[in-house]
Design a protein around this ligand. Sequence first.
Ligand SMILES: *Cc1c(COP(=O)(O)O)cnc(C)c1O
Length: 385
Amino acid sequence: MPRRYGPYGGSFVPETLVPALTELEAAWRSARRDPAFRRELARLSSTLGGRPTPLYFARRLTERGGGAQIWLKREDLLHTGAHKFNNALGQGLLTRRMGKPRLIAETGAGQHGVATAMIGSALGLETEVYMGEVDIERQRPNVDRMRLLGARVIPVRSGRRTLKDAINAALRDWITNVRTTHYLLGSAVGPHPYPALVADFQSVIGREIRQQSRRAFGRLPDLAVACVGGGSNAIGTFRPLLRTDVELLGVEAGGRPGSNGAASLSAGRPGILHGSFSYVLQDADGQIADTESISAGLDYPGVGPEHAWLKDTGRARYVAVADRDALRAFHWLARDEGILPALEPSHALYAALREARRRPRTQHIVVTLSGRGDKDLAVVLRASR
Ligand SMILES: *Cc1c(COP(=O)(O)O)cnc(C)c1O
């Protein structure tokens, strides 16, 4: 498993966590070679999760663009409504393999918290989820879901009271309870081995895109597009396409006009956050900058280290899309295709449509629709009034 991506990645953590990170890496190394583990992962991916998710041709959205064909990788149809399931299932099974009875997690939009609560329940693990107070307010339905699934939701009142602060709180808990507890980190961020581990579990997205696009239109897509918060659905989409000539486009949250939003790759610079060296939004003194985005799931000042390297090497491009453009794309998909997308992939949809307009009808664009929009209805209704 790569520990570094170019200069990025690594593991900058207190000494108390080193044994747990080593144990986690060892558990995954042995599990991935164990046919029984892989069978169980595949079985639950399909029977509990609903994999494989379909690749859908968005005919009317394509007509709206008037150019390249737009295809949607339907991770929104996965159990609990987002790609987070893939990682929660994988790490949940590893937790059981390590013999730990307790799971903790952080959550922003609440999707990772719901996925963790679900897998905690399905595997019989005690589950506690840290969530910033601001996010608890704006993602209320997911808080209710987590509680109904049997998890305890712990409000985080420090800092900006969003995702970054929830991660800090979860890390503090882990340091105290590391022998009994696995920290089920929700994105391809944090210290080694998390970025590599989470990318492995999410790579099922890109592997299916590879097979399904060959079946659907006889070759690989010309362009793959995914939104980037911490970067897990995007790296899961990109990783299996890295050694092909498919163009890769990551889409960050641009926030409101004149703000940096939460676009770490577009507006940040290299630094250390949550145990990893990568692009970070920071002020002139190197303090972590405040972020803002209409989508809680993208509202994070850091990004996974593999994306930092893909950006520097030019293998992937990254752009930022503003709140109001993501909202426009949300409505386009609802009206054209009968799908209410989450606000996070609405950013990717907007960028994909812009790309489609510049390309001929013979080209194919696959957009990872990372989650469904039910959780965002209140935010969308308020913003669209
Ligand atoms: C959490 C979330 C994201 C952002 O997380 P990544 O790790 O960047 O994928 C994107 N879309 C949805 C629906 C989410 O729930």
